[in-house]
Design a protein around this ligand. Structure first.
Ligand SMILES: Nc1nc2c(ncn2[C@@H]2O[C@H](COP(=O)(O)OP(=O)(O)OP(=O)(O)O)[C@@H](O)[C@H]2O)c(=O)[nH]1
Length: 182
């Protein structure tokens, strides 16, 4: 019996390269938070927690792993699809592929090209090792990689790696909007 699947939308951090909160960027009438929430819902994940907004980090300034720790602590008893706010090209088929692979593997799964998005088969089972990693390693960008390296997780090939591109700067954001006629 699988645990209920929930979405964890990572919307913390400083957005320093963008210069403005990434989640508040607009795609038409929608904020990026609303747009990504729609993408998750279209992939079948409608029970979503927004890290940074709804659940503040307890391990502050420690990057995405700090956000994951706070949400897993606040919402036990779930498995998770963890998605960063700054991958607006993530499409429903790619998200579905990750969920399907996770449901077969019963463990953490991510694409070989990127540690995010990430499927977590049991938040409760991961919490102790997540906290241990955060206590021993406060490097924002490496803590999630180091934690995953300590796990028996699956890395799978993405159908199309370009959908995993992060949008970090105003230039990247304008290119994304223009390339997609948005
Ligand atoms: N909850 C939480 N999420 C974070 C944190 N740092 C980054 N993130 C999220 O992780 C993803 C990747 O973020 P980055 O691009 O590495 O960092 P950023 O703070 O958004 O941007 P920069 O300041 O330009 O590095 C995004 O979805 C961020 O919202 C953090 O400290 N806490």
């Amino acid at each position: 019996m699988q645990l209920p699947l929930r979405g964890l939308l990572l919307n913390g951090g400083k957005s320093s390269r963008m210069g403005t909160a990434k989640g508040a960027l607009k795609i038409g009438e929608l904020t990026l938070v609303q747009y990504m929430t729609q993408q998750l819902a279209a992939a079948g994940v409608s029970d979503i927690v927004i890290s940074g907004d709804e659940v503040p980090d307890q391990f502050a300034d420690q990057g995405p792993l700090g956000g994951i720790e706070a949400v897993l602590t606040a919402h036990p008893g779930a498995r998770w699809l963890v998605v960063p706010i700054d991958m607006p090209q993530l499409d429903v088929a790619t998200l579905r592929q990750l969920i399907d692979q996770g449901e077969m593997a019963h463990t953490c799964v991510h694409f070989a090209a990127s540690v995010l998005p990430l499927y977590i088969a049991s938040g409760d089972d991961c919490l102790a090792s997540v906290r241990a990693c955060l206590r021993s390693d406060n490097h924002k960008h490496w803590s999630i990689r180091n934690w995953l390296a300590s796990q028996q997780c699956c890395r799978v090939a993405a159908p199309n790696e370009s959908v995993l591109d992060n949008i970090n700067t105003p230039q990247q954001w304008h290119s994304f909007l223009a390339n997609n006629n948005l």
